[in-house]
Unconditional design. Structure first.
Length: 543
């Protein structure tokens, strides 16, 4: 496909040069047709060359529609060249057409079925707009000149203008109108054609769709097989689901900037994970998407390697073992002091499922979350929930900190991983005037409750690039440069603060990775990931 695309692009450039550069016209077309047809054929050659250049990009991506357009245009261009006279342009068009026909089976990737409706809509809109413009302009001109106006006259002049038959000026008008009106119609026709073809060749547009059945199926698979601490976060409403045909495994994804961002590892029976990844790779490539998996676990890396994917260290997730956690000992004394200080100030905790929260307390929690967020957007995609009360009692938990007057001062919002008996921290908003150590106190209370309730692990904040930011780590020269670059971003991303906070609880660190296809994709993947997480001011779906 790449070779064919290169040949098509080269042939288009040769045809473009042939159409632009002066030359003697001695072909059959010149001898059998009026003089006006020659320039029209020359203009058609320019349009054909431009169309081939546009289609070449789609050919490199194996797009069937690009092949259809390129073949039709190449056939038309070859015919015009034969009639115009045998020359290097004829040879270029013929070679392009032969290549396209010979390699026709290489272009099997379908186009977006939704663009069929878009194509019809654009055809109707373009025809309506051009027709309205032409009829209005012609009617006004004829009325101003006190000349009769008929529909037949208007249709003939419009057709002549669109086909460049009177591009040098129409003899049926008086004054400058006859000079510029036909040219305006030609430009409108060319623009409309480009607009319609661009819509037909446009890349696949991703639309986030969650039907109730798919959401219920995803939830049941998360409950049964979602042992990873990130598994509950796939239940966000802004993710699409891709299932195996037998619906025994799936993954969650969203497309941003042409990158299919997969949220964590696939979920399902171990025997089905290889299939779901392989099928999704084919699914994404058929739509001209690149693939990136964010938050991939170290255990799943061999699975991705088997499909030709590569991994890059992203950071560490702090996971606390509830049975081993203790506030005893000198090393954790600062956290212990925070707990005692909050308790002495009259702060208490309440651990509630979503259905146990009444309307009044719910309003308080939402107010706390809004106050904490301020004017910033709601961030998160892979490691956070998208709404406070979107999930039910089986999937979410609130640990609420109440002040001495029983008012909500802050809370921890957890997602529940039943398959691994884990709690995964989604957010930890609080009022700005809460005492120092408030979050430490809430986390200690959460760990104690989780241990008593039979949960084995509590996953805290993810620390990006923790291995590079650890203060006691010996770094190579390159790693030192990377560390300085990361620290320069601390004001925006709080990277070192997250790491320092997590280290207070002496967690077990679990490495997370970004999985990608090619190194050249990494800048694009990085931008798409930041956009999905709302760290960039756009979250565009691929057009």
């Amino acid at each position: 496909p790449f070779v064919v695309a290169t040949v098509v692009a080269a042939g288009a450039l040769l045809n473009l040069l042939h159409a632009i550069l002066p030359g003697e016209d001695s072909g059959l077309l010149h001898s059998l047709t009026p003089d006006a047809v020659g320039p029209l054929a020359q203009a058609a050659g320019v349009l054909a060359a431009v169309a081939l250049l546009v289609a070449a990009r789609g050919l490199a991506r194996r797009r069937r529609r690009a092949w259809q357009v390129a073949t039709a245009v190449a056939a038309l261009s070859t015919s015009l060249h034969v009639l115009h006279g045998f020359n290097h342009g004829t040879l270029a068009s013929t070679v392009v057409l032969i290549f396209l026909i010979a390699r026709r089976h290489d272009f099997g990737r379908p186009g977006d079925t939704a663009t069929r409706h878009l194509l019809v809509a654009r055809l109707v809109a373009a025809a309506g707009a051009i027709g309205l413009y032409a009829l209005t302009a012609l009617w006004l001109n004829r009325m101003a000149a006190d000349q009769p106006f008929t529909a037949r006259f208007a249709l003939r002049e419009t057709f002549d203008g669109l086909t460049a038959s009177n591009v040098g000026g129409s003899p049926h008008f008086v004054g400058a109108f006859g000079d510029w009106f036909p040219i305006s119609l030609l430009l409108l026709g060319v623009s409309a054609t480009a607009w319609i073809v661009a819509g037909w060749l446009a890349p696949w547009r991703h639309r986030v769709v969650q039907v109730e059945r798919d959401r219920d199926l995803a939830r049941s698979l998360v409950h049964a097989w979602g042992a990873d601490t990130l598994a509950p976060f796939v239940l966000r409403a802004d993710k699409s689901y891709f299932f195996t045909p037998d619906e025994q495994a799936f993954l969650a994804y969203r497309v941003v900037g042409g990158v299919a961002i997969v949220s964590g590892d696939p979920i399902g029976h171990q025997d089905n994970l290889h299939e779901v990844v392989g099928r999704f790779v084919e699914f994404a490539h058929a739509r001209d998407w690149r693939i990136a998996i964010l938050g991939a676990s170290e255990q799943a890396l061999p699975l991705y390697t088997r499909h030709g994917l590569h991994s890059l260290y992203h950071g560490d997730e702090a996971v606390v073992d509830t049975a081993a956690f203790s506030l005893d000992g000198r090393s954790i004394r600062k956290v212990r002091q925070s707990v005692h200080r909050l308790e002495e100030a009259g702060y208490v905790t309440r651990v509630l499922r979503p259905s146990e929260i009444d309307a009044g307390l719910r309003a308080e929690l939402e107010a706390v979350a809004r106050s904490w967020r301020g004017n910033a957007p709601e961030r998160g995609f892979v490691m956070a929930l998208d709404a406070l009360f979107a999930l039910g009692d089986d999937d979410a938990l609130f640990v609420i900190g109440l002040d001495a007057e029983a008012r909500a001062a802050g809370f921890l919002h957890f997602a529940i991983s039943q398959a691994s008996s884990s709690l995964s921290l989604s957010s930890m908003p609080r009022l700005r005037d809460t005492p120092n150590g408030f979050n430490e106190w809430l986390i200690c209370a959460s760990i104690a409750w989780a241990r008593d309730a039979g949960f084995a692990r509590v996953s805290l904040n993810f620390a990006p690039f923790a291995a590079l930011l650890a203060p006691d780590l010996e770094l190579s020269g390159l790693q030192a440069v990377q560390r300085r670059a990361l620290l320069s971003l601390k004001g925006q991303f709080q990277l070192d603060n997250l790491l320092a906070f997590n280290r207070k609880f002496f967690p077990r660190w679990e490495r997370r990775f970004v999985v990608y296809e090619r190194r050249l994709d990494l800048p694009r993947v990085g931008i798409a990931a930041l956009a999905a997480e709302a760290y960039l001011p756009f979250q565009s779906e691929r057009r």
